[in-house]
Write a protein that binds this ligand. Structure first.
Ligand SMILES: [Zn+2]
Length: 306
């Protein structure tokens, strides 16, 4: 099965808005109206649509990511186990195998275990939080909702039909998260005891990873910010200068070397968010139509073998 992130050309930790922009751009590029009778473009168009269907809402995306994780875990065990009483298998797995009561190797091998059992805890949860640039720069409060296991109130966590005898149930929890001023993409905020609750032990922790929407024309590659800069074909070939509006809110002039190629990059130190570097990537400034003089100039180029 193909990786939807790869199909859309985004990283796995990209903010939702960035994935949406990537989808729209590719869907436009490979749309059948724009590529009549082109079966390769049609296949690409379908692949882009399929990829988007897997990621188009935060819920779908989370489900896809969790399935991928489970496939990795259960890959060697003959596939996924079946549904477990309406409870996500991911919850069950995390609660009872992941973070909870890891068996400790006994230092007295062969003897009965004398050490007291480790206190059980609910599993930790990691979840992303998308924020915009303003929020990242200025900080502030953001509403956050996540699903977690909480102790069953029907049976006081002793096990009943409501919690399929697990003592915990899946529940939506709303939180207010304080985003620090100058927050960085990929920064993690830890919220103690806001992870999964445990039937008898302490709750696990919640770790929220911030994803900053870098806005149109920019994308993240890990923690590096890439900004596309469209330049004319003549500037690509002959070299020159181009004006770049940086995410730090400045407009700078950048030299373009002769014979630059599409995809070439240049690092602008401290021009990204919060004093970080910005990598610009040159793309071709495409034209939907030509003026008569441009048409004439291009025809002359063609005749000159370019
Ligand atoms: Zn119960």
């Amino acid at each position: 099965m193909s990786d939807p992130y790869r199909t859309l050309g985004v990283s796995k930790d990209a903010p939702h808005a960035e994935i949406k922009r990537a989808f729209r751009k590719l869907a436009r590029q490979y749309h059948p109206d724009r590529n009549p009778d082109d079966s390769a473009a049609e296949e690409r168009f379908k692949a882009v649509q399929n990829a988007w269907e897997k990621l188009e809402t935060p819920d779908k995306r989370r489900q896809y990511d969790e399935e991928q994780q489970m496939n990795q875990v259960f890959g060697g065990m003959g596939g996924m186990p079946g549904d477990m009483g309406g409870m996500g298998i991911d919850d069950v797995f995390r609660q009872f195998m992941g973070g909870a009561s890891r068996p400790q190797p006994s230092p007295f091998a062969g003897r009965p275990r004398a050490a007291p059992p480790q206190a059980a805890t609910g599993a930790d949860i990691s979840a992303p939080l998308d924020i915009d640039i303003e929020r990242a720069m200025e900080g502030g409060k953001v509403q956050f909702t996540h699903n977690r296991l909480v102790r069953c109130s029907e049976c006081r966590a002793s096990g009943c039909v409501h919690c399929t005898n697990l003592g915990v149930r899946r529940k939506k929890t709303r939180l207010t998260i304080n985003v620090p001023k100058g927050a960085k993409h990929g920064q993690q905020l830890k919220l103690p005891k806001m992870g999964n609750e445990h039937p008898s032990g302490e709750p696990g922790d919640l770790t929220v990873t911030l994803r900053i929407d870098a806005e149109e024309g920019r994308r993240w590659e890990g923690e590096s910010l890439i900004q596309e800069v469209a330049i004319s074909y003549s500037t690509l070939m002959l070299g020159g200068e181009v004006r770049v509006a940086t995410p730090a809110g400045k407009t700078v002039s950048v030299k373009v070397a002769p014979a630059t190629r599409i995809g070439d990059r240049k690092r602008l130190p401290k021009m990204g968010f919060a004093g970080a570097d910005l990598d610009i990537e040159f793309t071709l400034d495409e034209h939907e139509s030509l003026t008569p003089s441009q048409q004439e100039a291009l025809e002359a180029l063609r005749d000159a073998g370019m």
